[in-house]
Ligand binder design. Structure first.
Ligand SMILES: [Zn+2]
Length: 450
């Protein structure tokens, strides 16, 4: 990727920051039609899916997003090889690549960035970005973080998250240029002793990663078990609650900047640094909400179109996140609309006692990003204080998929020194039901003492 193309992507992203609402919406509508035309011409899936709904390429100019049928992760994965626009991309090959090339910075065929997640839906999804798609996605995250460099030395960035695989946030972290930054990936799956030791030695200028990870660092700092002095903090991955924000401010005297992203969209929204309001970047995405009022919902489940991924177009794609939009504009100068609140990612931590004393946790995102080829859908249930059960729907050779699941889980447990303390079982099932009380799917079900 040339410096010129990165510079062009940053300019394309910067341009919209001074536009008014009407201009941003004009840009969005133009980009929507352009992507739709591309999907009609290059994606066998979209062409036939829309034809089945009575829509042809000739209708594109007059079409509104709401006129198009919705897709979701199941539809996407069932039609994967037909949905992508490059016939060289095949689901089976991509799954093999993820398994065989665990380095998050590695590219498929030295070209494509591949990320995967089950999110909180339990169904594994694959997302591929071509070189220019990926560059644009990175430029969008720079809109939030800025690109300020240190004058006399490399800027030191610590990133606390699930670090050992092809996940959206870690893949973009590993792609930061090493000539400008010194990077410390801190695995949320490491033992707390190791996290303390590494971050103390590294002394970051910037801390970034899961909000719950930064909260953990803040607790450690307030308890005097680590002593670091970062100047900037950026949160992503899981919800930045007000308790987390206050603790991070108390520990480091910095108000963290929150970002909202996903494998589907990379950076979909980010806070402005001046007012800390979360802006939806609707110049490179088109979002409708599935609320009670179908025409003009201000709250509901997110249906998103990623306007810059031309390799794996996601058009009117339903996510499990729910957001509420604010009616008020933000005085910061951005005309991107403000998200008042969001829900849908409050999965719970699983706590286990260690045989030798003490406790440690498994982070829910580590479980959401659990991946082995042949595993389609899953749920984790802590059936007793020291037993973890995975309900799994698999395809292909069952015994080898189960063996791979056990191997992967053993890796996660041993990272936390929990392999002797926790009994892990896999139960193969045909169906995983939603929670009877709430009607929603629970990816992680912790043990509750009665
Ligand atoms: Zn703002």
């Amino acid at each position: 990727m040339s410096i010129l193309s990165i510079w062009q992507a940053i300019q394309a992203v910067k341009k919209a920051e001074s536009l008014d609402t009407r201009q941003v919406l004009g840009l969005q509508a133009h980009r929507f039609r352009k992507l739709l035309k591309h999907a009609f011409q290059k994606s066998r899936f979209y062409k036939s899916y829309y034809s089945d709904h009575g829509i042809t390429e000739a209708d594109i100019d007059g079409i509104l997003p709401g006129d198009l049928p919705i897709i979701d992760k199941n539809i996407m994965m069932e039609n994967y090889d037909d949905l992508v626009t490059d016939p060289l991309l095949k689901q089976a090959d991509l799954e093999r690549f993820i398994k065989e090339s665990p380095d998050p910075g590695s590219k498929y065929k030295n070209k494509y960035s591949v990320v995967h997640t089950s999110g909180s839906s339990g169904t594994i999804g694959l997302f591929v970005y071509g070189p220019s798609d990926w560059t644009l996605g990175k430029a969008l995250s720079l809109r939030v973080t800025g690109a300020e460099l240190m004058l006399h030395r490399k800027k030191r960035i610590a990133f606390i998250a699930a670090t050992g695989g092809h996940f959206a946030s870690v893949a973009s972290f590993y792609n930061l240029p090493r000539s400008l930054f010194k990077l410390l990936p801190l695995s949320i799956s490491s033992s707390i002793e190791e996290i303390r030791e590494q971050i103390n030695r590294f002394q970051p200028d910037v801390i970034t990663g899961y909000a719950s990870g930064l909260n953990l660092l803040a607790e450690e700092q307030l308890e005097g078990r680590i002593g670091i002095n970062p100047r900037e903090a950026f949160c992503t991955g899981d919800p930045l609650t007000s308790a987390f924000r206050q603790r991070i401010e108390r520990a480091f005297a910095i108000n963290p900047v929150n970002m909202y992203g996903s494998s589907e969209t990379m950076t979909l929204a980010g806070e402005c640094k001046s007012h800390h309001r979360l802006h939806l970047f609707n110049d490179w995405s088109s979002v409708q909400l599935l609320g009670d009022d179908l025409k003009s919902a201000k709250a509901g489940q997110v249906v998103v179109t990623n306007l810059y991924n031309y390799t794996q177009p996601l058009i009117r794609y339903q996510m499990s996140d729910e957001i509420v939009m604010s009616d008020k504009a933000c005085p910061c100068g951005w005309s991107f609309p403000v998200i008042e609140s969001m829900a849908g990612r409050q999965e719970e931590f699983l706590w286990f006692s260690k045989n030798g004393g003490g406790e440690d946790f498994i982070h829910p995102i580590v479980l959401a990003e659990f991946f082995v080829p042949g595993l389609e859908r899953f749920q984790f249930i802590q059936s007793s204080p020291d037993t973890l059960l995975m309900k799994a729907i698999v395809r292909g050779e069952k015994s080898s998929v189960v063996a791979a699941i056990r191997e992967k889980m053993n890796e996660i447990l041993s990272g936390k020194l929990l392999e002797q303390s926790v009994r892990f079982d896999v139960e193969l099932v045909d169906e995983i039901r939603n929670d009877a009380k709430t009607g929603k799917f629970r990816l992680v079900v912790p043990f509750v003492k009665l």
